[in-house]
Design a protein around this ligand. Structure first.
Ligand SMILES: [Zn+2]
Length: 143
């Protein structure tokens, strides 16, 4: 659907730093353009699905393994100490989407304190995000 940020990013009508990182039949992952730091990945449904409890069976079946791969790539491929996960789906047109984002070994903040600091800092530089996306892709190809 044109004019939908998620659809436009998935279809390549708007540029996302580094391009697509990974996909399944129902899910698409690319670097998050929001304020979650370098290495944050948005995992979203390709179709409009408003709620977790309305996921088609195929999308529900793929979600756990896909999140396992993406979060593992953030830790093993980028060197994060933890991979955090957040989800808000509240702005139409709705896509179930999750942000998986790194907590680095030298981050002194944890959990919501870390999220709050990242929001204060704003979105990461596009060049750094693109470089992280490439490293994630390379790691996922090997995994
Ligand atoms: Zn859409």
């Amino acid at each position: 659907m044109e004019g939908c940020l998620a659809c436009d990013a998935t279809a390549g009508r708007i540029e996302v730093p580094g391009g697509m990182i990974a996909e399944t039949e129902h899910w698409h992952a690319d670097h998050c353009i929001g304020p979650f730091g370098v290495g944050a990945v948005v995992v979203k449904t390709k179709e409009h699905v408003g709620d977790l409890w309305h996921l088609p069976d195929g999308a529900a079946d793929e979600l756990g393994p896909f999140l396992r791969r993406i979060s593992g790539a953030i830790v093993d491929g980028l060197g994060a100490e933890r991979a955090y996960l957040t989800m808000w789906v509240d702005k139409p047109p709705l896509h179930v989407h999750m942000v998986v984002y790194p907590r680095w070994p030298d981050d002194r903040d944890r959990a919501l304190d870390l999220q709050g600091r990242r929001w204060e800092e704003g979105p990461p530089a596009a060049a750094e995000a693109a470089e992280a996306a490439e490293r994630l892709r390379i790691h996922l190809r090997k995994a």
